[in-house]
Design a protein around this ligand. Structure first.
Ligand code: FES
Length: 366
């Protein structure tokens, strides 16, 4: 067999290819000598293996029958006490065990059969050139050309055009339902807007309780939503769908850092006495960034391990995210509760192609 050869090597590389030492290193070791299995040479061993395989398949068949019997015969609410496990539903246990034995018997039988009794031949299939021979290619070319001429399409351009149009438009009924089924196009504003605005109190996500700045101790972490969108009462008021949509954009993580660790002036100004609030929506593809390491002050996204440094304005120090988590400016109200000082000043969530909007990113109009 000849191997297609593309000589794109440098002279130095060609010389190294030509050296006998190099050629020897790749000598085909061939197959190791064939070692017959015990069942191949000993009829008694073969008979024994056959009996074992039959036993496994029989076990599977019996377990399947037992499954059907258990399904109809056992009371679905039957409970029992098993040593080391405690009380459990015996009906489910019986169905699980019998189905497991049924599958196990088939698997073990098939594997044992293949390893002991099925033909054990080592076969080498030689490769052959992939391309057709010169003659075949010539025949195919002539056949295509004859087909084109005999179809007379070259002389019936109207048919050719209309057939092309019909086939091209035929894709529409296939593609349209898929595209239309993607749902409404998100408005441009939806990518920028959250429920945060100046004066909105920060409340604990699961309870809806407001957070007093004096109660936030150093190192503590709060998972936060805007007031009205947290706790069980939010589900009653807005319904689950709206609350989940709000969580997808509004969720914030609130941490109190040692003020001396904060390196960014903007971060310090937008926080309060070391308390800082950042969007929890990962700037990679939007998972909630919720793992805070108190010692390192790192925030970790569990989806693809993007890591953000909280003491450096949540800049990305590891992972696929491309930009820092947006910070929510906060302050405290007259009673000492933490409230938003403004909405986010940049879009939250995954980076997209057109992030800039007048007035949003702290430019002249902000
Ligand atoms: S979504 Fe956070 S790292 Fe991918």
């Amino acid at each position: 067999m000849t191997t297609p050869h593309h000589d794109d090597t440098t002279p130095a590389v060609r010389d190294s290819h030509a050296s006998p030492a190099r050629t020897d290193r790749f000598e085909n070791p061939g197959l190791p000598p064939h070692v017959p299995r015990r069942a191949d040479v000993d009829p008694k061993a073969a008979k024994r293996a056959e009996v074992q395989v039959v036993a496994m398949f029989t076990m599977s068949a019996l377990a399947s029958i037992a499954f059907v019997v258990a399904y109809f015969a056992i009371d679905p609410d039957l409970k029992g006490y098993l040593l080391g496990i405690g009380e459990m539903n015996l009906y489910h246990l019986a169905l699980g065990v019998t189905m497991g034995l049924s599958l196990l018997g088939i698997g073990l039988g098939a594997i044992h059969w293949a390893k002991t009794l099925m033909p054990d031949e080592e076969v080498i299939e030689e490769r052959h050139p992939q391309a057709s021979g010169e003659e075949d290619r010539l025949v195919v070319g002539q056949t295509l050309s004859h087909g084109w001429r005999s179809s007379q399409l070259n002389r019936r351009s109207a048919i050719l055009g209309s057939a092309g149009g019909a086939l091209g438009l035929f894709a529409l009924p296939l593609v349209l339902p898929v595209v239309a089924g993607l749902g409404p196009r998100p408005s441009r504003e939806a990518l920028f807007e959250t429920h945060w605005e100046e004066g909105v109190p920060l409340v604990v996500d699961h309870s809806g309780a407001p957070v007093r700045a004096a109660d936030v101790t150093q190192g503590s972490v709060f998972h936060i939503m805007p007031e009205g969108w947290a706790g069980p009462q939010a589900f009653e008021e807005h319904g689950a769908e709206e609350v989940m949509a709000a969580k997808a954009t509004d969720q914030v993580i609130l941490v109190k850092l040692d003020p001396s660790l904060i390196t960014s002036e903007k971060q310090r100004e937008w926080g309060y006495d070391g308390i800082v609030a950042y969007s929890k929506v990962c700037t990679h593809v939007g998972c909630p960034v919720a793992l805070y390491e108190q010692q390192t002050h790192h925030l970790l996204c569990p989806c693809h391990q993007s890591t953000f440094d909280m003491t450096d304005d949540c800049t990305v120090i590891f992972g696929p995210a491309k930009r820092p988590l947006p910070q929510l400016p906060i302050t405290v109200d007259a009673e000492g509760y933490i409230v938003a000082a403004d909405s986010f000043r940049e879009p939250i969530g995954p980076s997209f192609w057109e992030r800039e909007r007048p007035g949003l990113l702290g430019d002249d109009e902000s």
